[in-house]
Design a protein around this ligand. Structure first.
Ligand SMILES: *[C@@H]1O[C@H](CO)[C@@H](O)[C@H](O)[C@H]1NC(C)=O
Ligand SMILES: *[C@@H]1O[C@H](CO)[C@@H](O)[C@H](O)[C@H]1NC(C)=O
Length: 497
């Protein structure tokens, strides 16, 4: 066998040595070059261009020790560079500078990042919108196709213009939703034939259990909502629709089922309507409240929770609101928090012992470091419309990296909202043990708190100030550097790294 291969190859190869150079032509050059271009030749030409004169400015924090890992604000930086402390170097391109500006922790990761975690950031801006009919709305989804590590939950951001419908439907997954903007009327029926109807507005939550068919119609202000499903492989394209169940059962069967003539189904749609314009819902909800012998769904099993009317629990760096099965029982596996983090503040380092976390960024900007055992860490930057995903028991924080409040949603698959706080754990452990392990000074041990903080206060962290006054700082903040060597020479290597 072995001897056959070289022989075969030889017969396939053109005779390199005998091939004449292609004649120089004035016209359109051929698609391919000549074999003369293979490998070394004394006649090869090299570019005379130098990459030494790349112009860029370093931002505050960029020259400090990489392990300090301050947030680097590249938003107004012409030519952000993959440089952090003594690490990295310039990037002559090609690159997408706009994405680099938005993701400074990817371009110049903190020195504490290590290895490759799952991808924990998906901007809905990269999801293809599914457009509704006649300008009635759209949806965008995140699921395992785009975020393979997000196996337990998926999300759909949906917009319905005034009076538009999301077509009557049901699905195998349970559907939890937070209204992001506007108002909608929602209706459903459960397996006992009990009916549900309610109007929900910005900040309210609903839940439809698996298989429960439901209706969503925007009121006259329009609506946008974030749907979260208890299955990472959920797809908006695979729901059970009223139109499809009519389109794909024999008309004779429909006729028998409804005790109607076949002609009653002459005008049914051929296929899905998905999102389509509707006639305005009557303002008086009673007009659409259908009474059945089974009666309405009892209050303790109702499908909506008026979360918008729940006051926020204030904490040092912001506020937290929790809705979970303790107050919204029908959503028996959805525990959620809406967290507000003031500028400079941070949702403290924590993890969720009983569930993965699916998050959505509503306002402001932030970053998080996902830690996977034992030492794999990636820092991700988040903007409004981004999905985050932190698997069960993997630690993370959410730091506000902007100058306005950061608001985001955390969703767990759990019967109550729970987390373990790093600060509370260590603050509730013997100082002797903590001191022996982490070699913290006594003053630091005395400072540890045994209460859960949820959101800690802090100052805006674009540069900790650790680099001010050093020689590299003046270079970094005030000068457009002409050469890479300037940077390297002004940076002092960190001992022991
Ligand atoms: C809802 O959308 C309107 C129109 O864009 C906007 O003015 C308003 O601020 C939005 N509300 C929220 C809570 O985002
Ligand atoms: C709908 O009607 C039922 C009585 O059949 C009543 O209990 C329920 O409150 C009504 N719902 C609304 C939203 O008015």
């Amino acid at each position: 066998m072995k001897s056959i291969l070289p022989l075969t190859l030889l017969t396939l190869l053109p005779s390199v040595h005998g091939a004449p150079a292609l004649p120089k032509r004035q016209g359109n050059p051929p698609l391919r070059g000549s074999e003369d271009l293979l490998g070394y030749s004394p006649g090869n030409t090299l570019t005379g261009q130098t990459t030494e004169d790349i112009e860029y400015t370093l931002v505050p924090g960029q020259t400090e020790d990489a392990d300090i890992g301050s947030y680097l604000d590249f938003s107004n930086t012409e030519n952000p560079q993959p440089i952090r402390g003594t690490l990295g170097g310039t990037d002559p391109g090609p690159r997408n500078a706009e994405l680099d500006r938005q993701n400074s922790d990817k371009l110049a990761p903190p020195g504490t990042d290590h290895g490759q975690t799952i991808n924990a950031n998906w901007p809905m801006s990269l999801s293809k919108a599914k457009l509704g009919l006649d300008g009635a709305g759209w949806s965008r989804q995140e699921n395992v196709v785009v975020m393979p590590g997000a196996t337990k939950m998926a999300g759909v951001d949906m917009r319905l213009e005034a009076n538009a419908y999301r077509e009557l439907h049901w699905h195998v997954a349970g559907e939890w939703s937070l209204v992001l903007n506007g108002s909608a009327r929602i209706q459903a029926i459960n397996e006992d034939g009990q009916t549900f109807i309610d109007d929900v507005t910005e900040g309210d939550v609903w839940f439809f259990p698996p298989g429960v068919p439901h209706s969503i119609q925007a009121l006259d202000v329009g609506v946008e909502f974030m749907l979260v499903f208890d299955d990472g492989s959920f797809s908006e394209d695979n729901t059970f629709l009223a139109t499809e169940i009519f389109a794909h059962n024999p008309k004779s069967v429909l006729s028998k089922n409804f005790d109607l003539p076949i002609s009653a189904f002459d005008d049914i749609p051929d296929g899905e309507l998905f999102i389509f314009p509707g006639t305005a819902a009557p303002t008086d909800i009673e007009q659409q409240n259908v009474s059945t012998t089974a009666g309405p769904i009892p209050r303790e099993q109702t499908y909506s929770y008026h979360f918008s009317e729940q006051p926020a629990h204030e904490v040092a760096g912001g506020s937290v609101k929790i809705v979970d099965p303790l107050t919204f029982p029908i959503a028996n596996n959805f525990a959620a928090a809406v967290v507000t983090v003031h500028p400079g503040a941070m949702r403290e380092v924590h993890w969720h012992p009983s569930s993965d976390e699916w998050s959505f960024f509503i306002r402001g900007q932030g970053r998080a470091t996902l830690l996977e055992a034992p030492n794999i860490a990636t820092t991700f930057d988040y903007h409004p419309g981004d999905v985050a995903y932190f698997p069960q028991s993997r630690s993370h924080y959410i730091e506000n990296t902007g100058d306005e409040d950061l608001v985001f949603l955390e969703v767990l698959q759990a019967d109550h909202f729970s987390d373990i706080s790093l600060g509370q754990w260590l603050g509730s452990t013997s100082k002797q043990i903590v001191g022996d392990t982490l070699r913290l000074p006594q003053s630091a041990l005395d400072h540890l708190k045994s209460d859960k903080q949820y959101v800690v206060a802090g100052s805006t962290n674009s540069g900790t100030g650790a680099d001010t006054g050093s020689s590299s700082s003046s270079v970094a903040t005030s000068t457009t550097l002409a050469t890479t060597s300037t940077i390297i020479s002004t940076s002092t290597p960190t001992p022991g790294r």
